[in-house]
Design a protein around this ligand. Structure first.
Ligand SMILES: *Cc1c(COP(=O)(O)O)cnc(C)c1O
Length: 388
């Protein structure tokens, strides 16, 4: 028996774990310190009422024989797919069978690799959400990293090399940068030219409000021939604990991959939670949409406050316009773990060291507006006091 040796690579690389261990140790040694996390990658707002009510009703459905639900379709219920088509792809021509409902983008962006030959060349631009590389390791595949440069404003540039699969994440975690129509068109052209597939993680689409930023990669002409788009309900409707996501495999992608993937999914997955899908469905009502937009605006206001404060102190700050994340350049001549230690000790503030997202990130740190307003204001006060 031989185990998948690539799994050992993940252990070495799981720096989020190292981070939480460091925080735990600091808390233990300094029990009276009030620590504020600006590093939050999870939402903090509770789920809104209309969605909670829909989930309560869904629970009740399960209590009577007439409305009970057992196994649903592996690819999800049509009631949710219909809402997705009508709302998220209003001007794009997709059918129900091109939408796959699932229980989280984290699993989706990795398991999709089962669709492709094990020798496919995979390109991951870095700095990046570490889940892709770790997921790719889980499936025993090799990765080619493509550095994203500050001089390009942290927009990944199409490479000269030919790759079969490219991971793109926009609005990006960690840089907070959302890619423009022109940026994405270059990637779609690249994919067409090289017969590549773009795996497009669009988990933060609800945070997009700049007009020139497409809310879906399918707004780019011909993207439906080369792109698989992933979206999650975790961030927009606080479903990070409930679990519901979806992705699109267009019928126009050649080699009939939608049908192949359907076969795979029926045999590998028994569908997402009925209650979660009912909750997600309810998020599309007019009433719910108003509240959801207010919540997101609130997070973005937090992010803007942070951005303004850091810029005023002379920091170079990226992102935060169409994303809850800010990517801040370290002013001190130290690396990102040293800055983490400094902020924890001197300011009692948690930031995420940029190196967690790749070696290119070592002179940056990630912060977010996903925490509470009160915490963010308190953190800003501490930071201003420290630097002034
Ligand atoms: C939070 C996040 C997700 C969401 O993953 P789920 O499994 O749906 O909760 C996906 N991609 C990125 C980049 C994220 O930050």
């Amino acid at each position: 028996m031989k185990i998948n040796n690539d799994l050992s690579k993940i252990k070495e690389e799981n720096e989020f774990f190292t981070l939480s261990e460091k925080v735990k140790k600091f808390k233990k040694n300094n029990p009276n310190c009030e620590i504020i996390s600006l590093g939050i990658g999870d939402v903090s707002k509770p789920i809104i009422k209309p969605i909670i009510e829909a989930m309560h009703n869904a629970v009740d459905d399960l209590s009577s024989m007439e409305t009970f639900k057992g196994y649903g379709a592996s690819t999800g219920y049509d009631f949710l797919k219909q809402k997705i088509l009508e709302n998220d792809y209003k001007n794009i021509d997709f059918s129900l069978d091109e939408i796959y409902i699932s229980n989280g983008t984290k699993i989706d962006v990795c398991s999709i690799l089962e669709l492709f030959d094990t020798n496919s060349t995979i390109c991951i631009p870095t700095p990046i959400y570490p889940i892709y590389k770790n997921g790719v390791h889980c499936l025993n595949r090799n990765i080619n990293y493509l550095p994203i440069c500050e001089k390009d404003n942290f927009v990944p540039q199409v490479p000269k090399e030919k790759y079969d699969i490219v991971y793109l994440c926009s609005p990006n975690n960690p840089t907070g940068i959302a890619y423009s129509y022109e940026n994405l068109k270059k990637w779609v052209d690249y994919a067409i030219e090289n017969h590549a597939i773009i795996l497009y993680d669009n988990a933060y689409s609800a945070f997009i409000n700049t007009t020139n930023i497409p809310k879906s990669i399918y707004e780019i002409e011909c993207a439906n021939k080369v792109a698989i788009e992933f979206r999650s309900f975790s961030k927009n409707i606080s479903f990070s604990g409930v679990r519901c996501s979806y992705y699109v495999i267009p019928n126009k992608i050649c080699d009939n991959i939608n049908n192949i993937w359907k076969k795979r999914t029926i045999n590998r997955f028994n569908g997402a939670d009925y209650i979660a899908q009912k909750g997600a469905e309810a998020s599309y009502s007019k009433e719910a949409q108003i509240e959801i937009k207010e919540n997101i605006a609130d997070y973005l206001n937090n992010t803007k406050k942070l951005k303004k404060a850091f810029k005023k102190l002379g920091f170079t700050v990226y992102g935060g316009e169409d994303s809850p994340f800010l990517w801040v350049k370290i002013k001190e001549h130290i690396n990102s773990w040293d800055l983490f230690n400094l902020y924890l000790k001197k300011l009692n503030i948690i930031i995420i060291p940029g190196i967690i997202f790749g070696i290119e990130g070592d002179s940056f740190f990630r912060i977010s507006g996903l925490g509470s307003r009160e915490d963010i204001e308190k953190a800003i006060e501490r930071i201003e006091k420290y630097y002034n």
